[in-house]
Design a protein. Structure first.
Lengths: 338, 415
């Protein structure tokens, strides 16, 4: 075990996979010589050469399209889109091509491409460097969608994603790169070195897609979340003094319905929390599943905590962000409903 | 007072008007020089403005681009083009008769695919567009297998998931056709980049239409291909029309599509797309560049879409009827037949016999294909297969939906 922050864990995952499989190649803007704007690929071009860690033109559509072509020719490309907010020029290649190549060819071709992209707010990124577009990908048949909340999971999930024979959209909450963030911007930043999930094995291991993690067991309320909001919800549950069970989904496609349903049947109360905008957000999908599967166990309406249905404003970042206060308000409302 | 005015491109002739192809600059056969494939860009740039042609009006092969193909190869090319046309004609009729939902003919564009295939190795990869059926036929896919795809029947390679004509063959190195335009262009570049990364000597070739060059994917493809010098051949099939959109709307008015190549730093060659020998020769030239590490080549194949865009299209509403008869570059099959005749290697009897043979072959294949089912009759795909291949392993969510459908079908059967 070694202490790693999330960037180091991601770097280690790619390093491990490149050493094990000569078909793994990295590509993206600034990822090669420079090592990436968030340093996730630092040192990998020096180690594996510029044929395997490719600096790309500023053309996300071209990056994803060429990654698809490489995967058809037997490679396992890991493409970095510098910010999730920049992924839309590649949306057609992801939705109409990447997601459907196995299907449309009757299983004769497949495209094992992993697209890594930093997402989420909390870094004063304004409306073009803060988005959480996971629902836009979860809605597309044929894509797996992953969002880790800590270094240990980040490495194991990225290794599992690269080893997948299906395409994976791997969203990295960038506010968590350097440490867990509980939603309070005024507190001094803490690193991953004091967090249990900052202990990361140096070698190969997998965290399976589609397996949620119960990060806080509890009996009175289930909070279903992922990404940055895992830490916000943990802190909020603590402050609210409620015996809440907090579930970190880790991947939203595939979705671990069993863990969700078992928990809600046990607690009878449920909140869904994500940083993305609320309307038609992924929370609605979870909520719908909960009411279908757990309706007769519910003691209160299921509530959603999310970003407002506005673009992510630069000046009002902490009024936008679904922080502890919003989670606590939802906890109270849920607990007080009879 | 000076004012700005929009220039809205228009084709030279509309229905009821006399066809006018004076805008097509045609070089005399044999006139264009043939530079070394590895020559610097400034020595190849003229190729984007002239037109490489080998067959002259008398059916002779002339000039430096003459590939000197053996008569047997020429005959093989002719056979593949004639079979493609016979297949197209039969399938168009099948759609008109309500047997298939949709079809797209390649009439007049057969040389674009068949000659290019002959200049490449079977191990080379292809990312076709939807009007490249000549590739599939020349690569030896069975007509009956193509028909099964058109019928979405129990032997459809796509398991009933794709619109007719979106074939593929992993064994024959033919990638799956998308239906979304131009997406295959940058994918082909990625495939070629991977070949170079792996140190293979295989190359890749891809095709799109003049209209599709307006898509961003076309430009991504040229950029990525050139900066990494990927071993890829990028073909623009300029058949003048994208449904009713004339090629000037994709920017073909002032400059040739081939001239986009030098703009990105790679050679662009404008070629007579109805001249089998010229298409073969420029493909061979581009393949040599790719195989020797010189990088990509953009080829503009100047041709004419003699058929409707698809069976859902009626070109008489936007262009003169029989416009193809005035097309200055003629018909690719007739021109290659003419060449074989000047060589004394082809006769009217042979032509008639072969046309009859292919008509029977296609009819026979159609009968056989129908025995494997149609959309409505005969053997049917199991609807539950629709849940396969979304992912390699079926997710619990999809497994649940599959069971739900099975229940629906059971209840439907009981009614």
């Amino acid at each position: 075990m070694t202490q790693m922050n999330m960037i180091q864990a991601l770097n280690s995952a790619m390093d491990v996979m490149m050493a094990r499989d000569p078909g793994v190649v990295l590509m993206g803007e600034d990822v090669g010589y420079f090592g990436g704007v968030f340093r996730a690929t630092e040192g990998l071009q020096r180690k594996y050469g510029e044929h395997r860690v490719l600096d790309s033109p500023i053309a996300e559509g071209g990056i994803v399209a060429t990654a698809i072509g490489m995967s058809i020719n037997g490679l396992r490309p890991v493409a970095e889109i510098q910010f999730a907010d920049y992924i839309y020029p590649a949306y057609d290649q992801i939705v109409s091509e990447l997601a459907r190549i196995r299907y449309r060819s009757g299983g004769d071709f497949c495209a094992p491409v992993t697209i890594r992209t930093p997402c989420g707010g909390g870094i004063r990124g304004g409306q073009t460097h803060s988005q959480s577009p996971e629902a836009l990908f979860a809605h597309v048949s044929g894509l797996k969608v992953v969002m880790p909340s800590n270094p240990y999971d980040a490495k194991g999930l990225l290794i599992a994603s690269i080893e997948e024979d299906d395409p994976v959209i791997f969203l990295e909450p960038k506010r968590l790169y350097n440490g867990p963030f509980d939603g309070d911007p005024n507190k001094p930043a803490v690193g991953w070195n004091s967090h249990a999930r900052g202990d990361v094995p140096e070698g190969h291991y997998r965290v399976e897609l589609g397996v949620a993690d119960i990060v806080r067991p509890g009996s009175k309320l289930t909070i279903i979340t992922y990404g940055t909001m895992v830490h916000v919800c943990l802190a909020a549950a603590e402050k609210a003094g409620v015996d809440a069970e907090v579930i970190d989904l880790r991947s939203i496609v595939p979705l671990d319905v069993e863990t969700i349903v078992n928990s809600v049947k046990k607690t009878g109360r449920c909140i869904v929390a994500h940083e993305a905008t609320r309307f038609a957000g992924f929370g609605a999908e979870i909520l719908s599943t909960v009411q279908e599967e757990c309706f007769w166990h519910l003691e209160a309406p299921v509530l959603r905590v999310a970003g407002w249905d506005t673009p992510y404003p630069h000046a009002f970042e902490w009024e936008y962000f679904p922080g502890q206060a919003r989670v606590i308000a939802a906890i109270k409302a849920t607990m007080e409903a009879s | 007072m000076m004012r700005s005015r929009l220039h809205v491109p228009r084709p030279p002739a509309r229905p009821g008007e006399k066809p006018d192809f004076s805008y097509v600059a045609v070089s005399p056969a044999g006139a264009a020089a043939r530079p070394d494939p590895n020559a610097p860009l400034n020595e190849t740039e003229f190729l984007s403005r002239e037109m490489v042609r080998v067959l002259d009006d008398k059916g002779r092969a002339v000039g430096p681009w003459n590939p000197h193909l053996a008569a047997a190869d020429l005959e093989l090319g002719l056979r593949h083009m004639m079979l493609t046309r016979a297949f197209d004609d039969r399938m168009h009729r099948a759609q008109r008769g309500g047997k298939i939902t949709f079809y797209m003919k390649s009439t007049g564009e057969e040389a674009v695919s068949v000659a290019a295939n002959m200049a490449l190795k079977p191990s080379d990869m292809m990312f076709p567009a939807y009007r490249n059926q000549g590739l599939h036929i020349a690569r030896g896919l069975k007509i009956v297998d193509l028909m099964c795809q058109l019928l979405s029947n129990s032997r459809d390679m796509c398991k009933g998931r794709q619109l007719p004509v979106m074939y593929h063959s992993a064994e024959s190195n033919l990638f799956s056709i998308s239906g979304n335009l131009a997406t295959q262009f940058p994918q082909a570049v990625g495939w070629a980049m991977a070949a170079a990364i792996k140190g293979e000597d295989r190359i890749c070739s891809t095709w799109l239409g003049d209209g599709s060059t307006a898509e961003a994917d076309f430009h991504y493809a040229l950029l990525f291909a050139q900066i990494y010098k990927a071993p890829v051949i990028l073909n623009v099939v300029n058949n003048q029309w994208a449904i009713s959109t004339f090629q000037t709307f994709a920017g073909g008015e002032g400059r040739s599509f081939a001239s986009r190549g030098p703009g990105y730093g790679m050679p662009g060659i404008r070629v007579d797309g109805n001249d089998f020998l010229a298409v073969y020769a420029v493909t061979q030239w581009a393949a040599e560049r790719a195989r020797t590490g010189a990088g990509p080549t953009l080829i503009e194949l100047v041709t004419y879409r003699a058929a409707p865009h698809s069976t859902s299209d009626d070109p008489s509403r936007y262009r003169p009827k029989d416009e193809e008869k005035s097309w200055p570059l003629g018909d690719p099959i007739e021109r290659l037949q003419g060449h074989l005749r000047t060589l004394g290697a082809w006769s009217d009897e042979q032509e008639q016999a072969l046309a009859k043979e292919y008509e029977e072959h296609v009819n026979q294949a159609w009968k056989e294909a129908n025995t494997y089912g149609t959309l409505t009759d005969g053997p049917q795909l199991d609807p539950e297969t629709m849940f396969q291949d979304v992912f390699k392993e079926q997710t619990p969510n999809l497994a649940r939906q599959r069971m739900q459908l099975a229940q629906e079908l059971k209840e439907r059967a009981q009614k």
